[in-house]
Write a protein that binds this ligand. Structure first.
Ligand SMILES: [Zn+2]
Length: 57
């Protein structure tokens, strides 16, 4: 089973697998933007925050 949701950036329909969890980051197939799963019932996506360049240790 899978669920469909819309990319908040380009509105393309994305299919999320049923084991997608909240907080997971997925890449949009349409615009290649990284999207964070902010809710799973139903699935809702938001633009993932840019990773800081000095994130590492
Ligand atoms: Zn997109």
């Amino acid at each position: 089973m899978s669920q469909q949701t819309l990319c908040p950036e380009c509105q393309v329909a994305l299919i999320l697998s049923d084991d997608t969890v909240e907080g997971e980051v997925v890449a949009c197939e349409g615009c290649d933007t990284e999207l964070e799963v902010i809710a799973v019932d139903p699935y809702e996506l938001a633009l993932a925050p840019e990773m800081a360049e000095d994130w590492g240790e």
